[in-house]
Ligand binder design. Structure first.
Ligand code: ATP
Length: 252
């Protein structure tokens, strides 16, 4: 059985159909990428899966759970994490505190519960935070104020915040956008490490086609809300509908 599956997933905004009958299945341990020209519906697909948007119709199933109608934090608690393109960083807190806040929030959904009284979970959060910072390569900068980090480190801290929910499936939204070649290489290494060492399943939205074709097990292609192709990098590279979507559209 697939870890994540959508059936007939459709989202309309007034008269605009942003997603039309999308059917995807992701197996545990896979790295899949979602591509498509601007406005294809990529963000809408991620948002309907992770609970930020309610689909007009269709189903989303994760590890046997029906996600439609669940709150984003409930979906996170099931093991679905997400890294954001836009800042989820709290600039005045330290690197370490940013990861801790995300970890506590994930565990309890909100801060209404006095989590500090629960020592077991407090210790677990410390351990997880240390693991994440070491994996991301921010261990030595753990005490620094987040605002003072260089751009590439800030993007990596966003990944660390996404990992703080201890996900089994991680959505990564353009993790290399705006990065230098060295930072991009480090991020690709990190993604490969999350797959091999952490046993994670990764769902990547990425505009850098070199990366997508290099590291994906399978690629989903959206165009005007329709899933026009899915397959291995080799199958997608020469797919006529994919070429048409990119050449005939705005191109990227
Ligand atoms: N909240 C909204 N209300 C109305 N229309 C929306 C909304 N969100 C997205 N859309 C429209 O839905 C379509 C798909 O948008 P979406 O942002 O999902 O595409 P995308 O593939 O993520 O694009 P990009 O690569 O530019 O980020 C677009 O036509 C967009 O204008």
């Amino acid at each position: 059985m697939a870890l994540l599956e959508t059936n007939d997933l459709t989202k309309e905004f007034g008269g605009l159909t942003a997603l039309n009958g999308v059917e995807i299945a992701v197996q545990e341990g896979e790295l899949v990428s979602l591509i498509g020209p601007n406005g294809a519906g990529k963000s809408t697909l991620i948002n309907t899966i992770t609970g930020r948007l309610t689909p007009t119709r269709g189903t989303v199933t994760y590890a046997g759970n029906d996600l439609v109608g669940m709150e984003p934090f409930e979906i996170a608690q099931l093991g679905v994490g997400r890294t954001f393109q836009t800042a989820s960083i709290l600039p005045e807190l330290s690197v370490r505190e940013n990861v801790q806040v995300a970890a506590f929030a994930a565990e309890h959904g909100s801060f209404r519960i006095n989590f500090l009284s629960r020592r077991d979970s407090f210790d677990e959060v410390q351990e997880l935070t240390d693991d994440i910072l070491a994996t991301i390569g921010l261990g030595e900068k753990a005490g620094m104020e987040a605002a003072s980090l260089p751009y590439g480190d800030k993007r990596r801290l966003e990944v660390a915040i996404g990992l703080a929910t201890d996900p089994d499936l991680l959505f990564m939204d353009e993790p290399t956008a705006g990065m230098s070649p060295t930072e991009t290489e480090m991020t690709v290494d990190l993604i490969e490490n999350l797959l091999s060492e952490w046993g994670m399943t990764i769902f990547l939205v990425e505009h850098d086609m070199d990366i997508v074709f290099d590291i994906s097990d399978r690629i989903f292609t959206l165009h005007q809300g329709e899933l026009i192709a899915k397959g291995t990098p080799d199958e997608i590279r020469d797919h006529p509908a994919v070429r048409e979507a990119y050449l005939g559209g705005e191109g990227e």
